[in-house]
Each structure stands twice: as structure tokens, then as C-alpha cells.
Design a binder for this molecule. Structure first.
Ligand code: PMP
Length: 358
């Protein structure tokens, strides 16, 4: 019975989707989700708990999160004259942007492979989504992007910079050409920016239709769920109409504000992660069976021998290490696995498990 009603009333594009699934990591070394592996020093934890004592949860949080926004603007060096809007993770910001542009025949494009939520949210909202294939080395195919922009006239173009799951930074010049050609909004998604040397944040002042998206998830605050979108006040004002009231809860507001007053520990952790990324990259390059891709993020994509990715992934998991198996997506990601940079010990455990599995 339920099935019939679902078939009748749930939109077909929703029925065809699968829910975003997250693997169970219990008792495993968790290197699947681009989290920061480090916790905080006991001093920082104590100071945080002291701050939380002042919080009362009987009242709604500040709907505008004013103090947190002021702190974020400073931390992210948002240019003068540009505004920010906050989301419950950057996932929610992607949803807000796409909800604002939904309409018959409206299109969204992004180079692919990329972060799957662009396609997922566009599809669930009934937007037309076109992924434009990257070149074989995962660089941007600028002429294909420009052609898709011309043909589709997309309401929104997403560019993840660095890209997930490939890990590379696209050519800044090519991204600028895309921004200049796009008729609608361009979102440069800088989720991994702390692990890279480049950002489009200073360029916000040059383009009214450019929005730069950030998240605190990858720098060590994934549990807080806080995403930030920066851009011209006129666009942000429209998105504010879509945002649900109080979407950033009190504990997130207070905790994020607290950490960003003293970001030293998180910055030190990011440096460690970048150093360990270089080490892990070298170690992977020494394995003749795998092809390693360059990374400007906190994860590394690598390709295993044809047809063996599922077995290698399962064997690594059997040895207690959870990474991400992308081979099921096929196409350019056939045989590909992705590992998040963990602590030195975790990376070592992963390498041992991989060597055994190969
Ligand atoms: N953008 C990119 C490119 C990502 O890889 C991710 C998470 N994997 C997100 C956005 C979403 O991050 P969050 O919702 O945790 O802010």
C-alpha cells in the first residue's frame, strides 16, 4: 500500500535517488570522510567547557549569528563590501542556492567527477544537471565547460577548488574564464582551502555573481556543522529569504566563535596534515601497482590495478582501516580509492594494510 502511495505522490526524481549513505566506522581507523584526525589539547577543551557554561539553551540562538559572523569575516578575510550567509554545513548552503534558482528548464553545471551533492540536490529539486567531464589527468576541460555554459545557460556553475574526490586545484585562469562566461551564479567551493595555497576570496570584489563557499568541517570542526558563503550583498539578501530561521544552533555559534578567537591549534594541525600528506604521497608513489594523483587537499586519490579496487578496499577494511571506495562510480573513477590524511600512526596503519592487500 505504502509503495503505491509513494509511487503516486513522491516526485519521480526523488524516487530515483539514493540517500547519501555513510559507512559505519565503528572500531575502524576512520580515513574515509576528510575529517581532521586530531582532537584538542586539554587546555583548549577546558577553556571551551568554561565558555559553554555561559550558554543557555532555553532561548533561540541569535538568528543572525552576528558575533560569529564578525569573527568569520575576519578569519576568512572576506573583502570589504561583501556579505556572508551561514549554513548548517556547506551542504545546506548548496541547497539554499539551488532552491533560490529552481524553475522550469533551469540548469546547473559542474565539472565531473566532483562533490556528489551538487548533482544530488539539483536533481531532488527538479533542476537539469549536467556534469562536464574533466580531462584524463583531472584538469578542467575549459572549452567543454565554455560550450556547456553557452548551450545550457546555467543558473549556477559549481567549481570545487580544490576538487573532491580528485584532490587537485584547477587552473585559476580557467576558473576565471568560467566566471566571466557564466550567465548566472558561479560558486567556487573552497572546502579544502586550508590545505591549498590559492583562493578566490580576494576576487570577490571583482565579480558580482561570484560566491565563495567555505566550511569549518575540514579544519577540525566537522561535528559543529558550519558552512559559510560569501558574496555581494544583493545575492546574499536573496539567499537570506530561503534560509530557515535559527539554522545555526546555539552550541555551534558559541563553539565556533570560541575556536576562531584562538585558531592557532587548528592551524598547527593543518600544517601537520600537509606535511603528512607529502609523506603519504611519496610512500604511495613507491608502490608500483598504484597510480597516485597530486593533492592540494587533506586526502589522496589513487588508482589500483584494473578490477581489483573492491577487493583491495575490503582487505584494507578487514585490517581495520576504513577509506573510501569510489570505483563503483565507474568512468574516470574506475579502480579508484581515496584516503584521508590521518595521524602519522593512522597513515602508517593504512600503508601496511594497503601493501598487504596489494
Ligand atoms: N564541498 C565539498 C567540495 C566537499 O567535499 C564537502 C564534504 N565532503 C562539502 C562541500 C560539504 O561539507 P560540509 O557540509 O561538511 O560543510
Amino acid at each position: 500500500m505504502a509503495k503505491n502511495r509513494i509511487a503516486q505522490w513522491i516526485r519521480p526524481e526523488v524516487q530515483q535517488l539514493s540517500a547519501y549513505s555513510v559507512a559505519d566506522a565503528e572500531d575502524l581507523i576512520k580515513l574515509d570522510a576528510m575529517e581532521n584526525p586530531y582532537t584538542w589539547s586539554s587546555e583548549l577543551i577546558e577553556a571551551w567547557l568554561e565558555r559553554l557554561r555561559e550558554v543557555s539553551v532555553n532561548r533561540y540562538p541569535d538568528p543572525e549569528a552576528r558575533r560569529l559572523k564578525a569573527r568569520l569575516r575576519q578569519y576568512m578575510a572576506v573583502p570589504e563590501g561583501r556579505e556572508i550567509i551561514l549554513g548548517n554545513g556547506s551542504d545546506e548552503l548548496i541547497q539554499m542556492v539551488l532552491m533560490a534558482v529552481v524553475g522550469p528548464g533551469r540548469a546547473v553545471i559542474a565539472p565531473e567527477p566532483t562533490f556528489v551533492m551538487y548533482r544530488q540536490i539539483a536533481t531532488m529539486l527538479g533542476l537539469r544537471y549536467q556534469g562536464v567531464p574533466l580531462r584524463e589527468d583531472f584538469s578542467l576541460d575549459l572549452s567543454a565547460m565554455l560550450q556547456a555554459i553557452q548551450e545550457q545557460e546555467p543558473a549556477v556553475v559549481f567549481v570545487a577548488y580544490p576538487n573532491n574526490p580528485t584532490g587537485n586545484l584547477f587552473s585559476a585562469e580557467a576558473v576565471r574564464a568560467i566566471i566571466e562566461a557564466a550567465p548566472g551564479l558561479v560558486i567556487v567551493d573552497e572546502a579544502y582551502t586550508v590545505f591549498a595555497d590559492e583562493t578566490f576570496m580576494p576576487q570577490l570584489g571583482d565579480y558580482d555573481h561570484l560566491l565563495v563557499m567555505r566550511t569549518l568541517s575540514k579544519i577540525g570542526l566537522a561535528g559543529l556543522r558550519l558552512g559559510v558563503l560569501a558574496g555581494s550583498p544583493a545575492w546574499i539578501e536573496e539567499l537570506e529569504k530561503i534560509r530557515l530561521p535559527y539554522n545555526i544552533n546555539q552550541l555551534t555559534q558559541v563553539s565556533a566563535e570560541f575556536v576562531l578567537e584562538q585558531p592557532g591549534e587548528l592551524e598547527e594541525q593543518a600544517r601537520l596534515i600537509c606535511n603528512d600528506r607529502a609523506r603519504l604521497q611519496k610512500a604511495l608513489q613507491r608502490l608500483p601497482e598504484v597510480q597516485v594523483y597530486p593533492s592540494d587537499a587533506n586526502f589522496i586519490l589513487f588508482r589500483t590495478p584494473p578490477g581489483r579496487a573492491d577487493a583491495i578496499f575490503a582487505e584494507i577494511k578487514a585490517q581495520g582501516v576504513l577509506i573510501k571506495n569510489l570505483s563503483g562510480q565507474g568512468g574516470p573513477l574506475a579502480d579508484c580509492l581515496r584516503v584521508t590524511i590521518g595521524t602519522a600512526e593512522e597513515n602508517h596503519a593504512f600503508l601496511e594494510a594497503l601493501a598487504a592487500a596489494l
